[in-house]
Write a protein that binds this ligand. Structure first.
Ligand SMILES: NC(=O)c1ccc[n+]([C@@H]2O[C@H](COP(=O)([O-])OP(=O)(O)OC[C@H]3O[C@@H](n4cnc5c(N)ncnc54)[C@H](OP(=O)(O)O)[C@@H]3O)[C@@H](O)[C@H]2O)c1
Length: 349
């Protein structure tokens, strides 16, 4: 089997890290790169990744130049969180017979907020024999897929409570900025109102995905307003200093309500200086389940891992729009990537 051929669409923080990880792996090659950033277009990908060597792949902003019928097996896409922005970028790719995996948060479970675009992607995928998948750590795994898997151990599920608490100081700078770290409370509130800060995108998608897996018909999903977390003392990351009384990060909560009861609650906290970092899932049911991962999983590293580990699943998946819960259980693709393509599609020899 030829190497799995990948085009990167978006060579920012996640795209660059994914590229570097792909370069370490056997059985896969990067054959193209797309980005609109002026400091990247026209440069060799090796230069953009600061590898000190050329890779022979020039970053372009012209998708038409890159794509031709089956020029690659899949596109790894990471440009934006919202499907309205992402749809015009990824939809045309289907016509070239190419699969797409994207870090777009809304694509992880697009039926929650963008059912029409989800339907259109599904139809496009089926018509062209390709698969669209939104993937990442959150949404996409820690606050949804993992909880779904744990319910597989239950005879009865009454309520699912998921918490993710992370020290944003150890995460990428765009993430720290996205959660408002370093702002005053007034600036934070203004930026939330202007939508210059969106906070974490994905709680609605995670609740939707869990409910869909359990075939729960929810009355509604309530996403609470984003609240700033105020620093109780001076705290700092390498990039951002927060004075006592300033905004260290944010807290977001959401609830899935069924028959007037909260049956799914999600609590996301990300701030510089968080003392205890953890991911926890509690299932009230039979048997009850309490799972805690401490410290919490490093989101950036794990997102890159999930994107790359999901590549064989994406290639093997049925055409259309799928979500991560619809694919075989994810595992690390630590060997030659091609082995995993065979192992699901037909017996590996
Ligand atoms: N689901 C998850 O768990 C998860 C995890 C991590 C990240 N994400 C999401 O993934 C997305 C990417 O994250 P990131 O940290 O890599 O962001 P980033 O550093 O801002 O990188 C995005 C890159 O895409 C480029 N770009 C934007 N629009 C484009 C377009 N239309 N065509 C081509 N390139 C375009 C940007 O160029 P400019 O800088 O010029 O705009 C930038 O170089 C974000 O929305 C992030 O929230 C999701």
């Amino acid at each position: 089997m030829e190497k799995i051929r990948v085009v990167l669409y978006g060579v920012g923080t996640m795209g660059s890290r994914t590229a570097k990880f792909l370069l370490e792996k056997e059985g896969v090659e990067i054959v193209g790169a797309i980005d609109i950033a002026k400091d990247k277009v026209g440069k060799d990908l090796g230069e953009v990744l600061q590898l000190g060597k050329r890779l022979g792949v020039v970053v372009t902003n012209n998708c038409k130049k890159i794509f031709s019928k089956a020029c690659c097996d899949l596109v790894v896409h990471s440009t934006s969180s919202y499907l309205k922005d992402v749809y015009p970028q990824i939809a045309p790719i289907a016509e070239y017979g190419i699969n797409v995996i994207s870090t777009c948060e809304e694509l992880a479970y697009p039926f929650a907020t963008e059912p029409e675009l989800a339907k259109k992607l599904d139809v496009l995928g089926m018509k062209n024999g390709v698969t669209f998948l939104g993937a990442g750590i959150n949404p996409g795994f820690l606050m949804d897929t993992l909880a779904i898997m744990l319910t597989g151990l239950c005879q009865k599920v009454d309520k699912i409570t998921v918490e993710r608490v992370m020290n944003a100081g150890t995460r990428r700078v765009p993430f720290q900025e996205k959660i408002g770290a370093g702002l005053s409370v007034k600036e934070f509130k203004e930026k939330i109102e202007e939508k210059a800060i969106t906070g974490h995108v994905g709680l609605e998608q995670s609740i939707g995905m869990i409910a869909a897996a359990l075939c729960w018909e929810l009355d509604k999903i309530v996403v609470e307003p984003v609240n700033p977390i105020i620093a109780s003392k001076n705290v700092a990351s390498d990039a951002i200093k927060v004075k006592k009384g300033g905004v260290a990060g944010l807290r977001q909560q959401a609830r899935g309500i069924k028959k007037y009861k909260d049956v799914i609650t999600l609590d996301f906290q990300a701030y510089i200086g968080a003392k205890e970092e953890y991911d926890s899932i509690r299932i009230d049911g039979a048997p009850p389940i309490n799972q805690k991962i401490t410290p919490c999983v490093h989101g950036d590293l794990a997102t890159v891992a999930i994107i790359v580990n999901a590549i064989p699943r994406l290639i093997n998946a049925a055409p259309g729009l799928v979500t991560i819960k619809d694919l075989p259980v994810l595992s690390a693709a630590v060997e030659d990537m091609r082995k995993y393509v065979y192992s699901f599609a037909k017996p590996y020899k």
